[in-house]
Design a protein around this ligand. Sequence first.
Ligand code: ATP
Length: 273
Amino acid sequence: EDVARAVAPPLPPLTFADVGGLDEVKRQVTRRIIQPFQKPSLFERFRRKAGGGILLYGPPGCGKTLLARATAGECKAQFFNVVISDVLDMYIGESERKLHALFEKARQSTPSVLFFDELEALAAKRQYSREASSGKLVSQFLTEMDGFAQTNSGVLVLGATNTPWAIDPAFRRPGRFDRTFFVPPPDAPARRDILQLALKGRPQEANLDLDFIVQRTQGFSGADLSHVVETASDLAIERSLDAGTESPLRDEDLKAALREVKPTVLEWLTTAR
Ligand code: ATP
């Protein structure tokens, strides 16, 4: 079906427990997004409007997409992950229709979360946009969002970007992406959380020295940390294949993996402007 093409296949629901660290963001999202979403009448009584969109920003691979999926899970809402580049790739006129269809689909499937990853691809200020995304598509998007208060109840719109400075301020007006949350690189306790989540369910020895890894992974994103665990798993698989019997992941596998995986957060900090 047409709409399904720009939406990734359905994934199993996640909750906040599946997202390592990010305690402060989770608290903010719960308080300011999930509760108004679940109890709109209470908020309306106090003349606090529910709805509008939120923008998650921060370095790549630190959990924006994960947090968006988990927010949907926490709301027991359907999650629609929109791949903006797929929408942009369509013929003139088709992109706008597709975008409208996506919003319609979300409105018909409430409660739902409509997630726009790499929002800058659509919402870039002129000086930042590589390919000029059509002004028509932008105005279609803003129209859909502005319709939010009237027709979008039960639809939560989330956007994510690594380059918040490139987002056109028109996208941040009231009723649009009017709240922004920073999704920071993981601190030491968050890195421990993420490593434990990544290790969960994999055959492993009991004596893994996670503190060692945690202390040496400043500047690693969540994705980098997952990559460390995946690389270590590959080493354990190789050893298992050689031995002809399953050999659990060892501390030395993690340490070897750590020598291979490079942190990516600093890179982002130096491109940020
Ligand atoms: P991008 O900006 O590149 O889209 P992102 O911030 O959306 O990145 P995610 O896609 O959420 O990052 O994370 C990529 C992968 O890294 C996740 O699928 C997960 O394996 C791991 N990861 C990142 N952050 C976390 C986290 N906070 N907790 C657990 N896993 C994480």
